[in-house]
Design a binder for this molecule. Structure first.
Ligand SMILES: [Zn+2]
Length: 390
């Protein structure tokens, strides 16, 4: 291990209590997307205390952070990312408290040796990953322009570099019908709920003929008021996901056709609205990923065999990865049979093992950032790979 990496790693060991404190405090104060006031303040304070120039409120989001280490010179720019939002009802069941602490730890560790390195070090606090797309807004605001490498860690039940992350779009389907007494004069009504049900039926017929890896799943959010009133309004929310952005867009049109068919069959009027989040598929940079995996191995954390067909979530890191060379690495904090977004995963995110992994992730991210800042050759390879896939 190079001397700088040793010093950065030793810095993480020096601030263990601080990092475990940050992870535990964020865990104990779960905040939903874009409401992460406590977490953003906590991280911003620690970064300021370490000498970073900190802006809170980046890209028009109150809880987004851009923090730049003051030692800036010619050379590459590295961004280390941290998420900190929680889920409704089940709190930190995605372990973003560990992501925040690991990202902070990595930034402080590289910051401790930054005087000996060229280039620029940035920590981005990225709010609203759970359906808010904070990173999408940060990419759109131009914050990643000039960034040569973006990296983050995510806790998981497998240690893998590039678990598939699907392109996703959220769609709301609404039908307007006509109310009538459902028993007294049903012939005068138009049933909006039937249109929703027919949409699901059309979609279920479509499923056999969609490509592997694609996912379309939905819930009914409004199904009418009372059984004795023909539903005048009904609505459903769908997530449409696929391995490629283009196929996701194709599936959106197929879902639209299912809904149009349902409208025609029932006489209800359709509103097809793309709402909420739309994330691009993840495109991991292997040159950067290899550096991370090698640093992780040095720290005694080998990769797991790739899990068969699992781990098909989506993340707004996908949008970052389509803008600049990126990695979104997963490190195991629990047994393989524990699902993300479960109460068991939340427990793992506050466990001793979870905290240990967070410290390992902080070191591996710091060492990888040092690789980027110190090796012009790596930067060239990352960019060649990125450009060739474009
Ligand atoms: Zn997550």
């Amino acid at each position: 291990m190079s001397d700088l990496k040793k010093r950065a790693s030793a810095h993480v060991d020096e601030i263990v209590a601080q990092l475990i404190g940050v992870s535990s405090e964020i865990y104990a104060h779960p905040e939903l997307k874009f409401e992460e006031v406590f977490a953003a303040r906590l991280l911003a304070d620690k970064l300021r205390a370490a000498g970073f120039d900190v802006e809170v409120g980046s890209a028009g989001m109150e809880t987004a952070i851009s923090a730049v280490h003051p030692a800036v010179s010619d050379g590459p720019t590295v961004a280390i990312l941290g998420e900190y939002d929680a889920l409704p009802e089940i709190g930190h069941a995605c372990g973003h408290n560990l992501i925040a602490a690991a990202g902070l730890g990595a930034a402080l560790a590289v910051g401790a040796v930054k005087d000996s390195l060229p280039g620029k070090l940035i920590f981005f606090g990225t709010p609203g990953e759970e359906g808010g797309g904070g990173k999408v807004k940060m990419v759109e605001a131009g914050l990643f322009e000039g960034v040569d490498a973006a990296m983050m860690f995510h806790p998981s039940s497998d240690t893998v570099l590039d678990r598939t992350s699907l392109a996703i779009t959220e769609v709301e389907i609404e039908f307007a019908g006509k109310p009538a007494h459902a028993s007294g004069s049903p012939e005068k009504g138009i049933n909006a709920l039937d249109a929703v049900i027919q949409t699901f039926n059309g979609l279920n017929a479509l499923r056999q003929h969609i490509k592997d890896g694609a996912r379309i799943h939905g819930i009914i959010t409004d199904g009418g008021a009372k059984p004795n009133i023909v539903p005048e309004h009904a609505a459903a929310l769908f997530y449409v996901r696929a391995l490629q952005n283009e196929y996701r867009d194709e599936l959106l049109e197929k879902l639209r056709a299912c809904a149009q068919g349902a409208a025609l069959a029932t006489g209800a009027t359709l509103a097809f609205n793309i709402v909420g989040h739309s994330y691009k598929a993840m495109r991991p940079n292997h040159a950067l990923g290899d550096a991370f995996v090698s640093n992780l191995a040095t720290l005694g954390e080998p990769l797991d065999p790739p899990p068969p067909g699992s781990g098909m979530g989506s993340t707004d890191m996908g949008d970052v990865s389509q803008a600049v060379p990126s990695i979104h690495a997963y490190i195991r904090i629990c047994d393989r049979d524990i699902a993300g977004h479960s109460r068991e995963f939340a427990q793992a995110s506050i466990s001793e093992r979870g905290q240990d992994v967070m410290l390992t992730a902080a070191k591996a991210l710091a060492m990888t950032a040092i690789d980027v800042l110190a090796s012009p050759d790596l930067v060239v390879r990352m960019h060649e790979e990125f450009e060739s896939a474009n």
